[in-house]
Design a protein around this ligand. Structure first.
Ligand code: MN
Length: 578
């Protein structure tokens, strides 16, 4: 069942609107995003690289830079130890580029998702020591909980720098220089940097100490990809990195990035949107590391030959298509089981299959979590172990809820919305029962109800070009700054809408002089609701059209309230008055 609501207009909106010279709806949305003053509004609407914080504010960053620069000068080998996702790969690319500029013998190492698993494990460290014989290991996107992995490297006489953005455990690794804005005693003003944001800072610190110029733009391009792909909040400094990085991508000169954007359908010379990055660019970069090693994704950032860069980008597209096919199969098999049992029943979905590819469990889980509006845990098998990924829904803190079942896990980590874990395969059935009853007891029925929430009442005739212009400056959208959803109590199709692909619908809406092109992915039901000029109430988002101007994306619709053509429902009428 779906509950529909429109959030009330914040009281302070009128004041902020007056102070910043902004239309009331824009001011209301800014208030919801934590903006209080005219200056903050200006900073939010015009994110500028001059607002980036000084890298030296990060605890440990100067010590790390000094260690790296002196190792470079002595010709000692440095291994940049990364991760196989976009955040990890873009962090490695930036840091390795800076170290190479500093004259370092810098080698990139990306663990293999299936063979090594995530992070700086002792076994992986031993492999790095044997294969590369480094004097220094610098991690990105991992290491903050790797007490044993760090100890293993230290025993071999290797210096270790841990740069990570994950939650800090009870202990930080002994004997390592740690750079993590979340660590105790770090006064850095922004805590939500992704790993590639931290690598960006360290790269600048290395350049500063070694005394060579490093183009901020060339670092922002990879940094913005990792920041958007890693689903960190696009607020504060991350918003600057994302916005300035997307702009810089329009002028990408590195052949690899240019080829990747081309493969992703981004027109040459134009800036991709955050959605382009999240849905087209990032999946291609991730595809390599899901099925095999992520080396190919890293190679793309380092390739200098345009012909070879194109071939790598094409290969990433092929792997992405392969990944999609595997993921569709896993998703539909898991869905088949849920349906065969007559629906999800319990407050969590837990399924496993020996044939499921472990590289796609997380994406399949997030798809099912969205469809069934429940947390989902999917497992594959590796010998006598069940290896799983979980994804959650708003309001269910997955890591915390699962902690009560931690005795089942051999390995377990993650955060509110995503976890990974390993159990003994023979205990899977027992775990599944325990998880079902625990979640059903812990998660309220209200949380399992899908809420179709609009941020604001905005009748179509109030969508002026001035307002649209300001709303487009709310981009880039993502975590922490979702594209706003508006409610319009009454509108109707103008003419007959046309089908758009298999599920979509495209046409024009009009009401009292307010008219907009629209598209929707709820095509069939929407077409029936609005047939014959019937009035409908809609939840919609506004987005830029490829051809210029703006359009409404209809998220959901229902018949307009009867006998009150155009008048908002009582709850909304109250909401519209500040
Ligand atoms: Mn990360």
């Amino acid at each position: 069942m779906t509950r529909r609501t429109t959030a009330p207009l914040p009281q302070a909106a009128a004041e902020l609107g007056a102070a910043a010279g902004l239309p009331l709806p824009a001011a209301a949305l800014l208030i919801r995003r934590g903006i209080r003053s005219g200056d903050e509004a200006k900073e939010f609407l015009s994110p500028d690289p001059s607002r980036l914080h000084d890298p030296s504010l990060l605890k440990g960053v100067e010590e790390a830079a000094s260690l790296l620069v002196s190792a470079s000068a002595r010709g000692n080998r440095i291994v940049v130890f990364g991760d196989y996702d976009v955040d990890g790969v873009t962090a490695v690319a930036q840091l390795r580029a800076a170290l190479t500029r500093a004259g370092a013998d810098a080698v990139a190492f990306l663990p293999h998702r299936l063979k090594d698993g995530y992070g700086l494990k002792p076994a992986t460290v031993r492999r790095v020591l044997a294969e590369h014989r480094p004097a220094v290991i610098v991690t990105v996107d991992c290491g903050i909980t790797a007490l044993e992995g760090v100890a293993c490297a230290r025993e071999a006489g290797v210096d270790v720098i841990v740069t990570d953005h994950h939650l800090v455990g009870e202990q930080i690794p002994a004997g390592a220089v740690v750079v993590n804005p979340r660590q105790p005693g770090c006064a850095y003003p922004y805590k939500d940097l992704a790993a590639c944001g931290i690598a960006f800072k360290l790269a600048l610190a290395v350049a500063g100490r070694a005394g060579f110029p490093l183009s901020v733009e060339s670092l922002l391009r990879p940094a913005c990809l990792g920041t958007i792909a890693d689903l960190v909040p696009l607020t504060g400094e991350n918003r600057v990195i994302a916005a300035a990085g997307l702009r810089a991508l329009a002028g990408a000169r590195a052949p690899g990035i240019a080829a990747l954007l081309r493969e992703s359908g981004v027109r040459a010379g134009t800036a991709p949107s955050a959605d382009d990055v999240a849905y087209r660019v990032a999946p291609r970069l991730n595809a390599a590391g899901r099925i095999d090693t992520a080396e190919l994704a890293l190679a793309l950032f380092e390739e200098r030959d345009p012909g070879r860069a194109s071939r790598v980008a094409e290969e990433l597209s092929r792997r992405n298509a392969e990944r999609q096919a595997i993921e569709r199969r896993v998703t539909s098999e898991a869905r088949g089981r849920v349906e065969a049992a007559g629906g999800p029943g319990a407050a969590v979905i837990v399924e496993a299959d020996p044939a499921w590819h472990r590289g796609v469990l997380g994406i399949a889980a997030s798809r099912l979590a969205r469809d069934y509006h429940r947390p989902v845990l999917l497992f594959g098998f590796d010998g006598d172990r069940a290896v799983g990924s979980g994804r959650s829904i708003p309001g269910v803190r997955l890591h915390e809820t699962l902690r009560a079942l931690s005795t089942f896990f051999l390995e377990f980590g993650g955060h509110d919305q995503a976890v990974g874990g390993t159990l003994r395969a023979e205990r899977f059935a027992e775990f599944r029962e325990a998880a079902r009853s625990h979640f059903t007891a812990q998660v309220s029925d209200a949380t399992l109800e899908r809420v179709d929430l609009a941020e604001l009442e905005l009748p179509l005739e109030e969508v002026t070009p001035e307002l649209a212009e300001v709303l487009l400056r709310f981009e880039p959208h993502g975590m922490g700054n979702p594209r706003p959803v508006f409610h319009c109590g009454s509108t109707a199709f103008e003419g007959t809408p046309q089908p758009l692909g298999e599920r979509g619908l495209r046409g024009r809406l009009s009401r009292r002089g307010g008219a907009l092109p629209f598209l929707s992915w709820a095509g069939e039901s929407l077409e029936v609701l609005g047939r014959g000029g019937r009035e409908i109430a809609i939840h919609y988002r506004l987005q830029r059209r490829r051809s210029g101007g703006i359009e409404a994306e209809i998220v959901s619709a229902r018949p307009a309230a009867e006998g009150s053509a155009g008048a908002p429902e009582p709850a909304l009428a109250a909401a519209a008055t500040p």
